[in-house]
Design a protein around this ligand. Structure first.
Ligand code: OOG
Ligand code: NI
Length: 466
């Protein structure tokens, strides 16, 4: 084998997401059931809609339609976060966006490690929503110090994972054998451990401070807490979950059902209570339980511009002032009705969204455009009006803080609602991470701009080529 015959970062990411899926289906059988349901609904949706099927065939890899799109983990220390960044970089996953969840009663801030750029996303879009616990939001100072001490002792990466990450950084990649080992070693970090790191007493104290703190501090590593396949009809999967013996969360997070989907809609099944054991000071094991792991589904729509996002945030806020969704689902119908009604103010055709500057689009030449030569540059809108250029929505590849908080909350139990002071601290997060996160709006704007430039160039280059 040649020395530089490296496996591409995209292929390592694909192998990793497949390995994680297999592990999680074994660890959480209900997740396997959810995958079956998703595959069934996606199949039914495609056979009922030939246009959709054709479009997906042209733009996506249809055979991978029901595969995982993301997962999530929660880390305990800055050192864990910065090492995780280096590990994900080997798989072509980079931190995009900053999410402050303190306002929503969850003591973490987060980013999403994801592939960047169209080709990488198409190859495999797998992302990991990664949160860092904020012990600074815990008022009990003694407990905070104890939690810090516990976290300092643990090693969440195998020595093999660290070595191979360093090797990839040094050499610029990994060969086939190393890449396979890398995936196996890194998978260990995400594995579930039913033996806690702490005594039952300590678990309880952490749990009383916040369930999430217990979830992060009590265990050997940041077990993957959910995986999320893509569905083509989230409302239908939500409705069918009980039939499959899995309990959905009360409401679907995000925008309401629309003709032109925007941003991201998500729902999950509630986390399962799982047996764990705690080691007491005398070395004996005591059995107990912990609730952490669940399954989620997502359906993505167009990426919104800052204006579009501002409108979304305002309308969501307005809906939640009318009806605040209760964790037990008792007012789910009322919430859905309020959401649908308030969102009537959000334009629901691609042309209107584009004209109002609410969404990002990718522009391309029509057949007529490909046959046309122009003497000079022309205004984009006139090219569209003349049928030379067409536009397609750019898919939103990121997350939504209010939705993420809803997903967290529904899996922390109904009693977990807790008030924290709003304290976004992106600078601190980036210091801990070791790099700045990519701004998602700049990224979408860049893709859009490049597509416009591409059209204009092709239309005038055709002239030059004559
Ligand atoms: C992450 C919850 C956020 C999403 O899809 O918005 C999330 C977590 O529970 O750790 O995954
Ligand atoms: Ni999620």
């Amino acid at each position: 084998m040649k020395e530089n015959s490296f496996v591409s970062a995209d292929d390592i990411r694909s192998a990793f997401s497949a390995a994680m899926s297999l592990m999680y289906r074994e660890e959480v059988p209900a997740y396997g059931t959810l995958m079956e349901l998703v595959a069934r609904v996606n199949g039914e949706t495609l056979s009922a809609d030939a246009t959709l099927k054709g479009r997906l065939e042209a733009t996506d890899s249809l055979e991978r339609i029901s595969e995982e799109r993301h997962g999530a983990i929660r880390l305990g220390t800055p050192a864990e976060l910065s090492m995780m960044r280096r590990v994900f970089a080997v798989m072509g996953m980079y931190p995009v966006g900053y999410y402050d969840l303190s306002t929503a009663g969850v003591p973490v801030h987060s980013t999403a490690f994801r592939p960047v750029g169209d080709a990488a996303l198409k190859h495999n879009p797998f992302r990991v929503f990664t949160s860092l616990l904020r012990l600074d939001l815990i008022s009990d100072e003694a407990l905070r110090a104890e939690a810090e001490a516990i976290l300092k002792e643990r090693r969440i990466f195998t020595s093999g994972a660290v070595e191979l990450t360093e090797k990839a950084e040094r050499d610029g990649g990994l060969d086939k054998a190393d890449a396979e080992r890398f995936v196996a070693e890194v998978l260990e970090t995400f594995r579930w451990h039913d033996e806690a790191n702490v005594s039952a007493g300590m678990y309880e104290r952490l749990h009383d401070a916040h369930r999430l703190i217990a979830d992060v501090v009590s265990f050997k590593g940041p077990h993957i807490n959910h995986l999320t396949p893509r569905t083509l009809d989230i409302d239908r999967v939500q409705a069918l979950m009980p039939e499959y013996g899995i309990a959905p969360k009360a409401v679907v997070e995000g925008p309401p059902t629309r003709k032109c989907p925007v941003l991201l809609r998500q729902t999950s099944f509630k986390a399962l209570e799982e047996p764990v054991s705690f080691r007491d000071a005398d070395g004996s094991w005591k059995t107990g339980s912990h609730t952490a792991r669940f399954g989620e589904i997502e359906q993505r729509g167009i990426a919104l511009t800052p204006e579009g996002r501002g409108l979304y945030d305002r309308l969501l806020d307005e809906s939640r002032k009318i009806v605040r969704p209760a964790a037990d689902g008792s007012n789910a119908r009322e919430y859905e009705a309020a959401l649908a009604q308030v969102f009537e103010a959000f334009p629901d055709s691609w042309a209107e969204l584009r004209e109002a500057g609410l969404g990002y689009f990718s522009y391309s030449l029509t057949d007529k455009g490909r046959r046309t030569k122009l003497p000079g540059r022309r205004d984009l809108n006139s090219l569209i009006a003349d049928g030379l250029v067409q536009f397609d929505p750019i898919v939103y590849e990121d997350f939504l803080p209010v939705s993420a908080a809803g997903i967290f909350q529904s899996n922390l139990g109904d009693g977990a609602q807790q008030e924290f002071e709003a304290s976004p601290n992106q600078k601190r997060f980036e210091t801990d991470l070791g790099v700045a996160v990519l701004n998602e709006f700049d990224h979408y704007a860049g893709i859009e701009q490049a597509s416009i430039e591409g059209c204009l160039k092709a239309l005038t280059a055709a002239m030059a080529a004559e």
